[in-house]
Write a protein that binds this ligand. Structure first.
Ligand SMILES: [Zn+2]
Length: 125
């Protein structure tokens, strides 16, 4: 059984340590913001979400980690659809508040160089 989104997952730790290595300061799981984003960079008005591929329904065309198990397919699809709707709403609210938002997928975090490049271009915007 997969875990529901929990704090301090490995992908999150990877993103954090890369952000650190770039000299960026951030808050974790800021509950004062919608969706209590994983990493919040107040000074830069930037937010990063680290999404688990399964729970947040990463596009299965590009992602090999996002498989819905054949048993209880309906149950999982409904759950995940709800998550996705929630993600969308949260994103809209944050954007309307003037935040820049970046989503990093679990499956991307195996490539540290790629994440580093992503962060750099996100903060260069
Ligand atoms: Zn993925």
């Amino acid at each position: 059984m997969r875990r529901i989104k929990s704090k301090d997952t490995k992908p999150e730790k990877t993103v954090r340590s890369i952000a650190h290595s770039l000299g960026l300061r951030f808050r974790l799981h800021d509950k004062s913001l919608p969706g209590s984003p994983d990493l919040v960079f107040k000074r830069y008005k930037r937010i990063i979400f680290v999404h688990g591929c399964f729970w947040h329904n990463h596009d299965s065309q590009i992602c090999k980690r996002n498989h819905i198990s054949k048993t209880n397919k309906k149950y999982w699809s409904e759950k995940i659809e709800k998550n996705q709707e929630r993600d969308k709403k949260i994103l809209e609210i944050l954007l309307s508040m003037g935040w820049f938002v970046l989503v990093i997928w679990e499956c991307e975090t195996s490539d540290c160089e790629k994440i580093k490049a992503k962060l750099q271009s996100f903060f260069d915007q």
